[in-house]
Design a protein around this ligand. Structure first.
Ligand code: V55
Ligand code: FE
Length: 486
């Protein structure tokens, strides 16, 4: 029996949809650039069965992968559930057998020992393969044309960690990937596994290090010379998990840590820097300049996730869940174990966004992300009572000049993560910015396309879906040829 009636989040725009979609030639408005030949692949979570616990993290919902395939000015849309061992086991049993986010002690006995990952975070194309990633499991390979799940992939047995990050980084000059996984020595374990993988998909180096305390280590930054590992605030332990709690809690008494590991070095060579508590989830980019490492990242003031509750039982503080574009500078020639920090823009931003990945390990000028422009209208009569709570704009932030140019999505719209598509042969930031908007007035989704150098002109085209698109955590543009599209 499938019964969503007791689930709090089962109503409204983000109510679970259990179907898999195919739209062969989508309705569009404006113009769809004919230069675009590839696919915008998105991944997110959708509950196929309701969670066992109503206060579980949305991050525990089933992976659902979708793709907007662009060719000759036409677009087709497709979406499929990621058929993880967990999804298949639930489908066979006809219900949710898995408990809280990353806590196997809360699972039904029938599924003890089964891979728990839902593969719901990042789609990633690398070495001719499309992978669905989540930080508590191995990659799942996906057929780029059918979106069928092929199976788990550990780089031919050469990637030796049990977990693979949702945010591997690819060196824009060498094509080499850096991937890692935390809790590599078991549940709530303090070891991180790091691997270097060449552009053909061969693991060429790996190592391990231990962390000052076990925390979410969701993203890293990569320079020509260094790997930067930020973490802060979230905590876990065997005791906590055995007590049947959700994997992470937030501890306001902790400091932030950022580890810097020279590329190709052994884990013991990691150098830890310490700073005031922040919620450090995603990064934009970083560079090494002489003895300095400089990173730009959208860090929050405090706990971003209300479902990872504070360990001191204090209520979640919405005012601290604000992200700012920050620049952190580390001086490797100094013995000082802190960093300097500046906020580059006064406007709070979404902590996910895009850069021109062709220049990932170089000095960069532009960061693209969503934010809420409170001066723009929201149509409450048509879109509901959401004013001030929608991501109504994309911005291009010039981190050198401190300038921002923005694009308004519409008066009943809220945007998911922005994706940058480079123009072939173009300079940094030359290309298109695309992303999916929820249109609350019409209860359906639109894909917006803008010229990344002319955001203020607004979208040049839209792809109109006749339903609410599958949810998205992250998305990626994959050029035809990078993967063998039909
Ligand atoms: C994040 C997302 C996750 C997860 C842990 O955005 C952290 C951060 C969608 O899954 O499992
Ligand atoms: Fe992420």
């Amino acid at each position: 029996m499938v019964d969503f009636s007791k689930m709090k989040a089962a109503q409204g725009f983000f109510a679970p949809q259990r179907f898999e979609a195919d739209v062969l030639d989508c309705e569009t408005s404006g113009s769809i650039p004919t230069e675009l030949d590839g696919a915008f692949v998105r991944l997110g979570g959708e509950w196929y069965y309701p969670p066992k616990f109503d206060n579980d993290a949305i991050l525990n919902s089933d992976g659902h992968i979708s793709s907007f395939r662009f060719k000759n000015g036409r677009v087709s849309y497709k979406s499929r559930f990621v058929r993880t061992p967990r999804f298949e086991a639930n489908l066979k049993a006809g219900g949710q057998q898995f408990g809280y986010y990353r806590n196997p002690y809360t699972d039904d006995p029938a599924v003890q020992g089964l891979d728990r990952t839902v593969a719901n975070t990042t789609p990633f194309a690398f070495a001719g393969r499309l992978m669905a990633l989540k930080e508590d499991g191995l990659p799942h390979l996906i057929d780029p044309n059918t979106l069928a799940t092929v199976g788990r992939w550990n780089f031919g047995g050469k990637y030796k960690g049990p977990h693979f990050t949702a945010h591997p980084k690819v060196d824009s000059d060498t094509g080499e990937m850096i991937a890692y996984g935390n809790e590599a020595n078991g549940l709530a374990g303090d070891e991180v596994y790091v691997a270097t993988i060449d552009k053909k998909g061969r693991v060429t180096h790996d190592t391990r290090f231990t962390v000052p305390y076990v925390s979410i280590m969701h993203d890293i930054a990569l320079t020509e010379k260094h790997i930067i590992f930020p973490f802060a605030g979230y905590v876990t332990s065997s005791e906590r998990l055995k007590a049947g709690k959700i994997h992470w809690g937030w501890d306001n008494s902790k400091e932030s840590y950022i580890g810097i590991l020279p590329r190709g070095a052994e884990g013991k060579d990691i150098r830890w820097f310490r700073g005031p508590l922040r919620c450090m989830m995603h990064t934009f980019h970083a560079r090494t300049v002489g003895d300095k490492v400089i990173m730009e990242a959208p860090f929050y003031d405090g706990n971003f996730f209300p479902f990872f509750t504070n360990v001191d039982n204090s209520p979640w503080d919405r005012t601290k869940a604000k992200g700012y574009l920050r620049r952190l500078t580390f001086d490797l020639s100094s013995k000082h174990d802190g960093w300097t920090e500046e906020i580059l823009f006064p406007t709070p931003i979404m902590d996910i966004g895009a850069i021109d990945r062709r220049y990932l390990t170089r000095d960069q000028r532009y960061v693209f992300t969503g934010f809420t422009d409170l001066s723009k209208p929201f149509n409450v009569a048509q879109g509901g009572n959401l004013q001030g709570r929608v991501t109504n704009c994309y911005g291009r932030f010039d981190v050198k000049a401190g300038q921002m140019v923005s694009m308004f999505a519409g008066e009943t719209h809220s945007l998911a993560e922005a994706c940058f598509i480079p123009r072939k042969g173009g300079d940094e930031g030359s290309g298109w910015l695309i992303g999916v908007a929820s249109n609350f007035a019409e209860m359906r989704s639109e894909l917006l396309i803008a010229d990344a150098e002319r955001l203020a002109d607004g979208p040049i085209g839209r792809v109109l879906l006749p339903f609410r698109a599958a949810p998205q955590v992250h998305g990626t543009w994959v050029e035809n040829g990078e993967l063998p599209f039909a």
